[in-house]
Unconditional design. Structure first.
Lengths: 345, 408
């Protein structure tokens, strides 16, 4: 029994009110990652100084050195929360949850200026996976916040080397929605092109932005892009498995509408069997009986409640879901869908 | 929060028009698509010297003023208007009883640049200030909160009651029905109703919004200021009968303003109006009522107000007022999931009522103080949404028209 049974509405679909965009009314969160020295603070500070940067609350995480970056951004951000010493993906995840809840509570009671987006600047060592998971696993946070984009900055001078030795750096690239190659004025063009090839190998779904002469308009990065990264990509399971820790990505596509029950049963089976290896799942599902696409998002065994959009963003009506997995190939997922469909038939 | 600070969250501002320096707007907004295809929004002014203004909003990003008319007397205000097809009905209220002209006027606006008067319906009288609000959505009847020459109230504040006027022949409007709260007319065999004790809060037992919808042409959704709200049976227009009444005051501070039914959802949305500066009548709210039994509406929630401490002293009024009323017009939006309302210095706010027990703020627009506003802060007064989902909202003093897009 739901409130829709008492108060039915033709406007509501099976997933409730149809939304204009995936985040609906939730507060957009931009997670900025990048290895030490990649230029995160510079980029964020430049964004805060633009008119579009007005109304931004910052959450800054420092690892080892307390307060240096915070001192840089506090002057311009409407509200800055500095998390304690420690990496945001590890022992301060609960701090992150507390900080985000505190920001919303303070905003609602008028204790801080109204903000309309949050930028989380992680420490260089952070694995973004657990941060992204926080927004799926914490019901209250997931209802209030929407990760609009994970933005990873990559330093063109030293990134090749860093990507070679650091698992965290690779995961920052693999899990990103937007990649930014920085310090291009300090590296040769061939070196930059080699780096971009490497980034594309690791993550074909993220848009790669390149700073020109070391400069990039930050407004390009902190903007809503409805359904980015799931529109046109193909299967790109990472070829260099030895250097990618078995992590790869692919786009599961289906042209015919899918019964929602079938999707749910398949995903329940998949998460029960391989939940820890589903690093990120996101995309549009063409669900039977729905006018717009149903937005699905998940991290590991946790799936965010689905939402239906009012309209498709383009002419393509195909289901397309990006899977970023560890040693779970596309064929295994396709086979699972086929098996569940056969059982249901 | 300083009045110079602006908030725009989940709305997108498309355009702002100051209406030629006469940006003090009332609570009448209606959209016409003219024969030449132009989309025109008609706006009532809050007070003299202007009567109404038409703005071409075919391109909502580039509004252009089409016409702006003057009132014949400085003591008049038009405040309310509605439009069906090419016929515009405009309410006229005077500052004092006995002043003229007080009533409503019908205009042919088939050529928007040249509104042509068709008829004037006189409501003036020794105890009447005229018409405060009217509803004209079916092309046949004007429903209104009005005084009348033959109506002597038991209290001067109770001079406006429900009247229904047949305008099927627009050149000869004829009253077909009326209803007033028993006890508010001299000669009633019921004692006069109780009044709010604080004089500043005694705003009258009188009609405000008088909404009728095509889904239930036999029902009138009547807001009656200090007497709460009524659901009325108007199947016999000559003899309206109350079906239900609900009044939140006391303990609240009165001024029931609008009652909107959400038919399929069996819900009712009711608003108060804040009328005192500095939020002295706080809290003024949007209420959600369970309307499954129309004889017994039950309040189940209110839409969360922004913080008192942030807005009360920002300048002017703070609290609920008009909401978009699902106006039965081919050029109006419809939603029973989202409520959009104006809150004076609290700006424009949208609420998601998918779960009517827990309305949730969905979007906020609080522009900075308009130039020349005596309140020193925005005072958003009314809102209309067209079928393209373009949102129009107006300032009460000087800001004029703001055009927005819902982004959620």
């Amino acid at each position: 029994m739901s409130t829709l049974d008492l108060f039915p509405s033709r406007e509501a679909g099976q997933f409730g009110r149809r939304l204009k965009r995936p985040r609906g009314t939730r507060i957009p969160v931009y997670v900025v990652t990048g290895f030490l020295g990649a230029g995160k603070t510079t980029l964020v500070r430049e964004f805060l100084n633009t008119p579009e940067g007005h109304g931004t609350a910052m959450v800054v995480n420092e690892f080892g050195t307390v307060g240096i970056d915070d001192a840089l951004v506090r002057a311009s951000a409407d509200e800055t929360v500095l998390l304690g010493n420690g990496c945001v993906c590890c022992n301060t995840r609960s701090d992150l949850q507390v900080a985000l809840r505190g920001l919303v509570a303070d905003r609602e009671r008028g204790a801080i200026p109204h903000f309309q987006r949050i930028v989380i600047e992680t420490s260089g060592l952070a694995d973004p996976g657990p941060i992204l998971q926080t927004f799926v696993s914490d019901r209250a946070l997931g209802g209030e916040f929407h990760v609009e984009a994970a933005i990873t900055l990559v330093d063109s001078v030293s990134a090749q080397e860093t990507l070679h030795w650091s698992v965290e750096a690779r995961k920052q690239v693999i899990l990103a929605d937007r990649l930014v190659v920085t310090k291009t004025d300090l590296a040769s063009l061939p070196k930059i092109e080699l780096l971009k090839d490497r980034l594309t190998d690791l993550n074909r779904h993220a848009a790669i932005e390149t700073a020109v002469n070391g400069v990039i308009d930050p407004r390009r990065l902190f903007a809503d892009r409805n359904g980015e990264g799931v529109a046109e990509e193909r299967n790109t399971f990472v070829a260099e498995a030895a250097h990618s820790d078995g992590i790869g990505s692919f786009v599961w596509t289906e042209t015919a509408p899918i019964a929602w029950d079938l999707y749910v049963r398949t995903m329940e089976t998949l998460t029960a069997l391989r939940g820890p290896d589903l690093l990120r799942v996101k995309g549009f599902v063409n669900v039977e009986g729905c006018a717009g696409p149903v937005v699905v998002q998940g991290v590991q065994h946790l799936m965010h409640p689905p939402v239906e959009l009012q309209t498709w963003p383009d002419a393509d009506r195909a289901t397309r879901v990006v899977f970023i997995t560890r040693n779970v190939p596309e064929q295994a997922v396709r086979d699972l869908f086929a098996a569940v469909r056969a059982l249901a038939a | 929060m300083p009045a110079s600070e602006a908030i725009c969250s989940n709305f997108k501002l498309l355009a702002h028009h100051e209406l030629g320096g006469f940006g003090g707007m009332g609570e009448g907004m209606a959209v016409q698509v003219a024969k030449d295809g132009r989309r025109i929004i008609w706006l009532a002014h809050e007070s003299a010297p202007k009567n109404f203004t038409a703005v071409d909003v075919s391109d909502p990003c580039s509004p252009k003023m089409v016409v702006q008319t003057d009132l014949p007397q400085s003591f008049m205000r038009s405040n309310s208007l509605e439009l069906t097809g090419d016929i515009l009905a405009v309410a006229y209220q005077c500052q004092k009883v006995g002043q003229k002209p007080a009533g409503f006027e019908l205009f042919d606006v088939s050529v928007p640049e040249k509104p042509k008067s068709i008829a004037f319906f006189d409501c003036s009288g020794p105890n009447s200030r005229g018409v405060h609000q009217l509803w004209f959505c079916d092309g046949e009847y004007v429903h209104m909160g009005a005084g009348a020459p033959d109506f002597k109230p038991t209290h001067p504040q109770d001079d406006q009651f429900y009247r229904c006027v047949d305008v099927r022949n627009p050149s000869k409007p004829v009253e077909v029905g009326r209803w007033w709260l028993p006890g508010t007319r001299e000669g009633d065999n019921t004692p006069p109703p109780a009044r709010h004790k604080a004089p500043a809060l005694d705003r009258g037992n009188r009609a405000h919004n008088t909404n009728v919808y095509k889904q239930r042409p036999d029902r009138l959704y009547l807001a009656y200021i200090d007497a709460g709200m009524f659901i009325m049976d108007i199947s016999d227009k000559a003899n309206p009968k109350p079906i239900a009444r609900w009044d939140n005051s006391p303990p609240y501070t009165g001024f029931t303003h609008t009652l909107v039914p959400l038919f399929e959802r069996n819900l009712l949305i009711m608003t108060d109006e804040s009328t005192a500066d500095e939020a002295k009548d706080w809290p003024k709210l949007i209420w959600v009522l369970d309307g499954r039994d129309e004889t017994n509406p039950v309040p189940i929630a209110t839409c969360p107000l922004p913080p008192h401490e942030t807005y009360a002293h920002r300048g002017g009024r703070f609290g609920a007022h008009n909401i978009f009323e699902n106006t039965p017009s081919p050029h109006a939006w419809f939603s029973d999931q989202v409520i959009v309302g104006t809150f004076f210095n609290g700006g424009l706010r949208a609420y998601d009522i998918s779960n009517p027990y827990q309305p949730k703020e969905a979007a906020v627009f609080v522009p900075e103080a308009p130039r020349g506003s005596p309140a020193g802060a925005i005072q958003l007064n009314d809102v209309f949404i067209d079928e393209r989902a373009v949102v129009y909202t107006v300032d009460r003093f000087s800001g004029g028209l703001y055009i927005l897009e819902m982004d959620f």
